[in-house]
Every structure is written in C-alpha cells, then in structure tokens.
Design a protein around this ligand. Structure first.
Ligand SMILES: Nc1ncnc2c1ncn2[C@@H]1O[C@H](COP(=O)(O)OP(=O)(O)OP(=O)(O)O)[C@@H](O)[C@H]1O
Ligand SMILES: [Mg+2]
Length: 286
C-alpha cells in the first residue's frame, strides 16, 4: 500500500487574475508505514499538497494514486481509496458540529455506510484510543472541552474511519505545550500501535524531527529536499536557512559545541539525544 504522486501540478484560479501555480511537478511515493514530515516556508504549498492526498483537491495535471487507484476518478473504488486517507485540519475543532461527542465521532463511519453496531464499536474504540472515557464523555457536548480535548475528539472521528493513512496539517497550532504533547502522543500511538502511515505538516522542527522517519522540504511548490531528518538537518542546514525554515535548536547547539572542539556525536535530534551525546562525549556537568 502506498500513495504515489505522479508529476502533479496545481493551479488556483485558472483563467482568473488571481491565477497561482501552487504545486510545480511533484513526484514521490509515500510508502506504507512511513512517518513523513512536511516542512517549508509559509506559502510553499504544504496545505495544497496534502489536500491532494484524499482527493479534496484534484491535480491540474498529473495523478495521485492511492493503493494503485487514481483518486480523481469518479468510480466507487476511487471513493473507497479516498476514504483510506483520513485528514485532520489545522483547527480540527472547527470540524466538530454534532450535539454529543459520540455522535460527532460516529458521523464519518455512518457516512461510509457502516452498520449501526459496527459504528458503535468504532466510536467506543476510537474514544478509548484517544484517552476519552466513553461513559464520562460520550453524551457530552464537544464544545465544552479544552482545546487539546477537542482535537482528540476530532482525531477520534478520523480514527473511527479506520484509515490506512492519516494526514495532519499543523495539528498542534494554537495549543499550549501540554495540549501539544497530548496530541503528539496520540499521533505516535496511531503510528506505532495501529501501523497507520502518518503525513504531518508542522512548523515545529523539534516535533517533526523527533517523530518523522522521512522529511520533505517544499519551496515554491517543489520538493527541494527529501531524506532522513538527521541527514537534512545536519547536511543541508544552509539550504534550510536560505529557504527561511528553522532547524531544531538542539541541532544548532550540538553543532556549535562540536565547533568548539567538544567530541559530540552529530546523531542528535532531540534534547534527550543531546544529553546522551554530551555525556558519552565525556563532557560532564559539574
Ligand atoms: N484558495 C486559494 N486561492 C488562491 N491562491 C491560494 C489559495 N490557497 C493558497 N493559495 C496560494 O498557493 C500557495 C501555496 O499555499 P498553501 O496554503 O498550500 O501554503 P502552505 O505551505 O500551506 O502555507 P502555510 O505555512 O502558511 O500554511 C500560496 O502562494 C498561497 O497564497
Ligand atoms: Mg498551510
């Protein structure tokens, strides 16, 4: 199972004075089981790109193939494949609209034509999965929850669709560090325990670098870098800086310590890695 993008371009407002080519010939394959991070300066095309993955936008030219099926087609099979790709938007709580949390989570699977018993099972499982106790929360309004909890409900709604791929566009935007951590724990769990392929857009380099197994960097609608986070942050820092993309602060720190002659491995992406590398490098804090 994979998502294959075959030389896609996308132009907004074709034939109008506002015509804007947002994607310019992107070809890549997202393999089953990957955790793909997408970064790039504002306006580089990240949201436009991810909206192609479940057929919300159709490419102006080129094709998006999910599990071997072109998702732009009007067949039932193409529709089924589009549903394999769950999407969580930047402010997912804006997608909540039902009276109760359980109804909200049930909306997606009901729409897929799943029978009532199975919908109920999926709602219970999805709530348990995101850490919302069914008996406590099922009949409550989703609008009286904290920001982090609302996002968990939104994620549970996507989980209940039982997707193979999960796309998240800035899922932690506007949350405090605690809410952010809550969301990322859910995402990591979905990837590890359910084996869902994750595609995550984020401005937060620390989050991306600690989770993603692969990173692509977009600039002006093109993929300019594609590789492992460590490799990109270590070897292409100057390109990222030119593109106005941050690098994780911890990798800057480690680089500057190395510059000063401290024998630290540069295999460092997280604060925990850095602590370990500093200890192993023999730099003991007194
Ligand atoms: N509905 C639209 N109509 C016209 N142009 C658009 C539309 N949406 C986006 N664009 C343009 O397409 C380009 C890519 O936008 P997109 O939203 O995909 O970027 P992004 O990388 O997600 O940015 P951000 O980091 O700010 O979310 C930008 O130049 C943007 O101005
Ligand atoms: Mg965006």
């Amino acid at each position: 199972m994979a998502i294959q993008l075959d030389n896609i371009t996308y132009t907004y407002g074709v034939g109008t004075p506002f015509e804007k080519q947002a994607l310019k010939g992107i070809s890549l394959t997202i393999e089953n089981g990957e955790f793909l991070g997408i970064i790039g300066h504002t306006g580089s095309g990240k949201s436009t790109f991810v909206q192609h993955l479940n057929g919300l936008l159709h490419p102006t030219t080129g094709a998006v193939i999910v599990n071997g099926v072109d998702v732009s087609e009007k067949t039932d099979e193409a529709k089924r494949m589009r549903h394999k790709v769950g999407m969580v938007f930047q402010y997912p709580e804006h997608q909540l609209f039902e009276e109760t949390i359980a109804q909200d989570i049930a909306f997606g699977p009901k729409n897929l034509g799943v029978d009532e018993e199975d919908v109920d099972r999926r709602v219970r499982e999805a709530m348990q999965f995101v850490g919302l106790d069914y008996d406590t929360y099922a009949d409550r309004s989703p609008f009286h929850l904290s920001g982090g909890q609302m996002r968990r409900v939104a994620i549970a709604g996507v989980v209940a669709m039982e997707p193979d791929f999960l796309v998240l566009d800035e899922p932690s935007a506007g949350l405090d560090p605690f809410g952010r951590e809550e969301i990322f724990e859910e995402i990591i769990k979905l990837h590890k325990e359910k084996g869902i392929t994750v595609i995550l857009v984020s401005h937060n380099m620390e989050d991306i670098s600690r989770m993603a197994s692969r990173l692509i960097v977009l600039d002006k609608g093109q993929v300019v870098l594609d590789g492992k986070p460590l490799e990109i942050f270590n070897n292409h820092r100057h390109i990222l800086q030119q593109l106005g993309v941050d690098v994780p602060p911890v990798s800057v720190l480690v680089e500057s310590l190395r510059h000063r002659g401290l024998p630290i491995s540069n295999e460092v992406l997280t604060v925990d890695d850095a602590v370990q590398a500093i200890i192993e490098g023999g730099c003991h804090v007194k």
